[in-house]
Design a protein. Structure first.
Ligand SMILES: [Zn+2]
Length: 189
């Protein structure tokens, strides 16, 4: 199964999450918001140095369903260019922002915009504990472990203390099911 994180927000919390991932010996696919990475360029190397994979989660995290095709492509291209400049690669995956869930097939407008920007894969997710709503650590853990299985893609978020606190139990629980938490590239490669 793959660990994917929406990546932006408070740097102190980001550092805590990075430390928790290191302690748990887990690597993730970090779907970075381009404007955040642009403001904190040292985080590109920081994430890479810890073995994490960077991916495109739009430049400004606007509500994608409300954008025109031209605006969609601009959001993807801007983030792609930040990734390319700071890491030497645009990354393998794009994930839109502001979608209702991670399992609906993306609209053809989204797929076309991603394809034009060079992304063959728009990556969704099937395990969504809604950690960004801060439901509490116990809920984040139990919702995740109730639905995760072989081949699952888990969606979590930087910037939420409850998620950081939940991480050790999530990793333990995933491994107790006989699953190995890996990056999206490793899962799909
Ligand atoms: Zn997001």
């Amino acid at each position: 199964m793959a660990l994917t994180f929406h990546t932006d927000g408070d740097l102190g919390l980001a550092q805590q999450l990075l430390d928790a991932l290191s302690s748990g010996k887990a690597t993730i696919t970090a779907f970075v918001v381009g404007s955040w990475l642009q403001q904190h360029p040292d985080w590109a190397k920081k994430l890479l140095d810890h073995g994490h994979e960077l991916a495109n989660h739009t430049q400004n995290h606007r509500s994608f369903p409300k954008l025109t095709p031209v605006q969609m492509e601009a959001e993807i291209v801007e983030c792609r260019d930040v990734l390319q400049r700071l890491t030497g690669t645009p990354g393998a995956f794009f994930r839109p922002s502001g979608t209702a869930n991670g399992t609906d097939r993306p609209s053809s407008a989204v797929l076309d915009a991603a394809g034009s920007a060079g992304y063959a894969t728009v990556l969704g997710f099937d395990v969504d504990p809604l950690d960004y709503r801060d439901p509490g650590t116990a809920a984040v853990v139990s919702r995740t472990l109730a639905t995760v299985g072989p081949g699952s893609i888990l969606s979590l978020h930087f910037g939420h203390p409850g998620t950081i606190a939940a991480l050790p139990r999530i990793l333990d629980g995933i491994r107790a099911k006989g699953l190995e938490p890996v990056t999206a590239s490793k899962l799909l490669g």
